[in-house]
Write a protein that binds this ligand. Structure first.
Ligand code: NDP
Length: 245
């Protein structure tokens, strides 16, 4: 069971679902390292640092998940400030590029590579670099890596839109299956989560989403509250339903 005082590191916390993770985790008493690529532009996040509840438990760290120098500097900074390590790593940062009209037959190399770079490759590299901090925490049963995936990555179903994004999330799910095996001896579960269709900048690109960030993130925090080998290597929705690949 994740303790309410665990230390969480979140990528892409400037807005949307990442920002809502920060809000709800601070409300619950956790220590939060909120990372974002441009802290000076992340006004909602920096406002939380000024006035929100639990501000003493919040640190903001610059992290562009596609930039190796930025990752190295962030690891250094978090290592210096969190001497006991981190318990939970939430890979939330993601992009959904609309440049290819949602069609693979129209997708450019640049668009395909950009989706894969942010949504698939970066979570792998960021995990590699932060792993020593997860291994360091003296709390067996209290560690977790979470990948923010999407039902648009289903192999068994096509929604006919945003294929380069869907391809990158399907590949991310494969990362979860493979990494679960590699992480098993270290006692660190990894899980893939679909947050639902949520009203954020990204979610609102295609119409009016039925879910608000508050409900999605409250559901996800419940799903991941008991990290276990049963959770590891699997794909769940924010409401706890286990999803097919
Ligand atoms: P938003 O577009 O609202 O927010 C995306 C976040 O990712 C921003 O904080 C953005 O930072 C950050 N980000 C993008 N690229 C990078 C980068 N290179 N380095 C660091 N941060 C980066 O999206 P959502 O909040 O809706 O999405 C969050 C996650 O949930 C994504 O992985 C998305 O794929 C997934 N998801 C969302 C769904 C929805 O309906 N909303 C449905 C299914 C999955 P910046 O402010 O600097 O641009």
């Amino acid at each position: 069971m994740l303790s309410s005082t665990a230390t969480y590191l979140i990528t892409g916390a400037s807005r949307g679902l990442g920002l809502e993770f920060v809000r709800q985790l601070l409300d619950g008493g956790a220590t939060v390292i909120a990372t974002c690529r441009s802290p000076s532009k992340a006004s909602q996040l920096t406002e939380l640092r000024r006035s929100g509840p639990g501000i003493k438990n919040l640190s903001i760290v610059q992290l562009d998940v596609t930039n190796d120098d930025s990752i190295a500097t962030a690891v250094k900074s978090v290592s210096a400030s969190q001497s006991r390590g981190i318990d939970v790593l939430i890979h939330n940062a993601g992009v959904n590029l609309l440049e290819d009209d949602g069609k693979l037959l129209k997708s450019s190399r640049e668009s395909l590579l950009a989706s894969l770079n942010t949504n698939t490759v970066s979570p792998v590299i960021v995990t590699q670099k932060f792993l020593p901090l997860l291994e360091k925490t003296p709390s067996p049963g209290n560690k977790l890596i979470m990948m923010m995936s999407s039902n648009l990555g289903f192999l068994s179903e096509s929604f006919g839109v945003v294929q380069s994004y869907g391809v990158s999330k399907a590949a991310l799910n494969k990362v979860v299956v493979e990494m679960a095996l590699e992480l098993q001896p270290k006692g660190i579960p990894i899980v893939s989560i679909h947050p639902g269709w949520v009203a954020t900048d990204m979610g609102s690109l295609y119409g009016k989403p039925p879910l608000q960030p508050k409900e999605s993130i409250a559901g996800i925090l419940k799903v991941i509250s008991k990290p276990s080998s049963k959770l590891s290597g699997n794909f769940f929705a924010y409401d706890g339903a286990q999803l097919p690949w």
